[in-house]
Design a protein around this ligand. Structure first.
Ligand code: ADP
Length: 259
């Protein structure tokens, strides 16, 4: 009947649609895989010449005749700093490659979170000064757990750098707390905030809010931070309101989960 024919047509249309969707999905996955693979190869290739460049710079610095030091020392300093910055960016890209392929392993030891946060504040003193954001730390005292110190430092530095970058010169408040078997770090700023529609995406790799295009950045810090925290069995969350600021919270079990 005409009705049967119409139904058959509708079914055929739906089947074609889902075949198309499956194909699009496969193609998108493949494109993502190729992008990650390219990044991983490119960052490895960039690393070698850059390492050599940095060694040469150090050599030049050490062997600069004192007569030329005054004139050239500052230039060499700048070259050194920029090379270091480049090297940090490449390390970030290499990290993403490692994370995507599941090659991150943790080296746990007894670590005091409060102390790590204080040290990161110290290390980022210039960054906070330039941003104009006054930064304060509330902590009850040492909060010790078994974590990978270098990886944890990466997380803290990422969150603090973001708070300074997006904090619009307003106060940044860091809080360290402990509760039962958990440690908690929260980083609160009163800056630009994040639109509700961007919130679910900011932890994905290469994702950045549309409103921050002019700030510069790769959109990798939060991705890496979340992976590090989750590989410790913890969780990162965010609460934010545009124009009012953001609070990022890291919850970490103090001990490795027993397996
Ligand atoms: P990047 O800062 O290099 O862009 P991140 O992965 O650290 O990359 O952050 C991803 C995005 O999340 C940022 O581009 C920005 O849109 C948003 N974001 C992160 N931290 C903050 C913050 N403290 N305030 C407002 N937006 C933030």
């Amino acid at each position: 009947s005409r009705e049967d024919l119409r139904m058959a047509e509708e079914l055929a249309r739906r089947a074609a649609f889902s075949v198309d969707n499956a194909r699009l999905y496969r193609e998108a996955q493949e494109a993502i895989r190729l992008r990650d693979e390219f990044l991983s190869i490119a960052s490895h290739e960039l690393k070698t010449p850059l390492t050599s460049l940095r060694l040469q710079l150090s050599y030049l610095e050490r062997h600069l005749p004192s007569s030329a030091r005054e004139q050239l020392g500052a230039k060499l300093d700048v070259a050194h700093r920029q090379a270091r910055r480049l090297s940090q960016l490449i390390t970030l890209l290499l990290d993403v490659g490692r994370i995507v392929t599941g090659r991150v392993s943790l080296e746990r030891s007894a670590v005091d979170l409060t102390r790590m946060v204080r040290e990161a504040m110290e290390r980022l003193r210039d960054v906070f000064e330039q941003s104009g954001c006054p930064v304060t730390l509330n902590a009850p005292g040492p909060v010790v757990g078994h974590w990978d110190a270098l990886r944890l430092e990466q997380v803290i530095v990422n969150l603090l750098t973001n708070a300074a970058k997006y904090g619009q010169g307003r106060p940044v408040t860091l809080t360290v707390r402990e509760d039962d078997g958990m440690a908690r770090l929260s980083v609160r700023d009163e800056g630009i905030g994040i639109a509700a529609e961007d919130l679910p995406r900011i932890f994905d790799r290469f994702e950045r809010a549309v409103s921050v295009r002019h700030y510069g950045g790769l959109g990798l810090g939060l991705y890496i931070s979340r992976e590090i925290v989750e590989s410790h069995g913890g969780r990162v969350s965010v609460e934010s309101h545009p124009g009012q600021g953001s609070t990022f919270t890291v919850d970490l079990p103090r001990e490795a989960p027993s397996v």
